[in-house]
Design a protein around this ligand. Structure first.
Ligand SMILES: NC(=O)c1ccc[n+]([C@@H]2O[C@H](COP(=O)([O-])OP(=O)(O)OC[C@H]3O[C@@H](n4cnc5c(N)ncnc54)[C@H](O)[C@@H]3O)[C@@H](O)[C@H]2O)c1
Length: 316
């Protein structure tokens, strides 16, 4: 049985708790938060000890870092260097800068620990199916893609102290659309040319809307549009692929539905799935891989770093 501690008892901690609880051979052993009220409330709910300082976590195998994004490198490095946990899980985005991402890998490795980034969208069965289809060549040449993340985040959301800040949040690309930037990087590989244009319509330190065009070294090009300003509520999440031998459109809150399928010689697969929250089921799959020690299911270091390089290209 592997023991897991959570650092950060905010909104995403619930998803981690559910996913860990679903694994027979993982157990929650401790929670940590600098906000004592929040941390103690979660600790009482799930009946595990609470600590205020992550350096005091002892005797666990895995520590998951669920703190504000810009703090991930500092927290993960200190946890790797100061605790005896072997595995450090870090929520997305693992860092807001490429420099910090390099330092993060470097110091975690030097501490003899294993770094496990959360890329739960890569465990979405439909995303995986499309990846295999592209790689198989059955679609022929993939010409173009359109990826849209057109969401609403109201003013209450931005009342949370770190949201909308340059140093902790990074803006709509990092906080809302990072899984979708990662997805096109996962599908198409290294980027040849990319350019993002952003606006801060609501006056935050960061862009709340970005339109980006990208051309990959394999010849595929496309666009990503993301916003937190869709009127009143989330509007849509979608991914459209235009290939020589097929057109496919995924949709749904988490790309869990097939909105259009027209592929040469292939019936539409019966693969849609239901989700009861906005984060998808990928965290469950991720913790199952941790339980089963399938470390190869986590993206490799160079892959992750090149994805962050792409984020920087789109953001600045
Ligand atoms: N994978 C996903 O789909 C997904 C979804 C939502 C959020 N996230 C990521 O998870 C992270 C947390 O997001 P959230 O919405 O839960 O934020 P949140 O603000 O609700 O929670 C963050 C918590 O971290 C705590 N914290 C800050 N500094 C700390 C420290 N030094 N030690 C211990 N605790 C500390 C805060 O007190 C807070 O309770 C962000 O990076 C976010 O991007 C990922």
């Amino acid at each position: 049985m592997k023991k897991v501690a959570l650092v950060g008892c905010g909104r995403i901690s619930k998803r981690h708790i559910e996913a860990i609880t679903d694994c027979d051979n993982l157990s929650l052993a401790c929670v940590c938060d600098i906000d004592e009220k929040k941390g103690k409330s979660v600790s009482m709910d799930i009946d595990v000890p609470f600590v205020k300082n992550y350096n005091d976590i002892k005797g666990v195998d895995i520590i998951s870092v669920l703190t504000p994004s810009g703090l991930h490198p500092k927290h993960a490095i200190e946890i790797a260097e100061n605790t005896d946990a072997k595995y450090i899980v870090v929520e997305k985005p693992i860092s807001l800068t490429l420099r910090e991402a390099y330092e993060l890998y470097d110091r975690v490795e030097k501490a003899g620990k294993v770094f496990l980034p959360v890329f739960q969208n890569r465990y979405n069965p439909l995303v995986n199916y499309i990846k295999k289809l592209i790689d198989s060549g059955k679609l022929g040449r993939v010409h173009q893609f359109i990826s849209d993340v057109l969401w609403n985040r109201n003013d209450d959301y931005f009342d949370i102290d770190w949201h909308g800040t340059a140093t902790l949040d990074g803006g709509v690309l990092y906080t809302q659309a990072s899984h979708y930037v990662d997805m096109v990087h996962y599908f198409f590989g290294e980027v040849e040319e990319a350019h993002g244009i952003g606006s801060g319509f609501r006056g935050f330190e960061v862009y709340d809307s970005v339109s980006a065009v990208l051309k990959f070294q394999n010849g595929t090009h496309g666009s990503i549009n993301c916003t937190v300003n869709a009127y009143g509520k989330n509007y849509c999440t979608e991914f459209t692929l235009i290939a020589e031998k097929g057109t496919i459109r995924l949709s749904g809150t988490n790309l869990n539905e097939i909105a259009y399928w027209n592929v040469e010689g292939m019936e539409r697969p019966d693969m849609e799935f239901k989700i009861d929250h906005v984060y998808g089921n990928g965290h469950n799959t991720m913790y199952q891989y941790i339980q089963d020690e399938k470390w190869e299911m986590f993206p490799a270091k160079e892959d992750v770093l090149s994805g962050i390089r792409l984020m920087e290209k789109l953001s600045y």
